[in-house]
Design a protein around this ligand. Sequence first.
Ligand code: 5GP
Ligand code: ZN
Length: 112
Amino acid sequence: MSDCLFCRIANGEIPSNKVYEDDTVYAFYDIDPQAPTHILVIPKAHIASVAEITPENATVAAHIFAVISKVTKDLGLESYRVVSNIGQQAGQSVPHLHFHVLSGRDMTWPPG
Ligand code: 5GP
Ligand code: ZN
């Protein structure tokens, strides 16, 4: 989608600090980190949120988790939190599926 921020980051139109890229997935550092390490992992194809994952597009969602597993190992992260916000009340501000990977500090539960 030409007017989607994360589509434009994934296709290189908007610069980002890349962590990982392959044919279907892109990972980059969050511009406003909420932990010493804060990465976003997204599909290159536009999917609005977890709520839009279907049997037809679920392969990329599964692949995102394989990428999270690899990238965190490559960065030496042993403990981290994976979060996806869905909808306004949960705090989603960018309507393109993304998983936050947060690491490097103590975290509380439940999240606020
Ligand atoms: P959400 O609020 O939708 O769960 O997460 C969106 C995330 O995208 C936020 O953590 C925000 O800091 C990050 N973000 C927003 N705009 C940009 C940008 O232009 N570049 C990068 N790297 N991150 C962004
Ligand atoms: Zn998009």
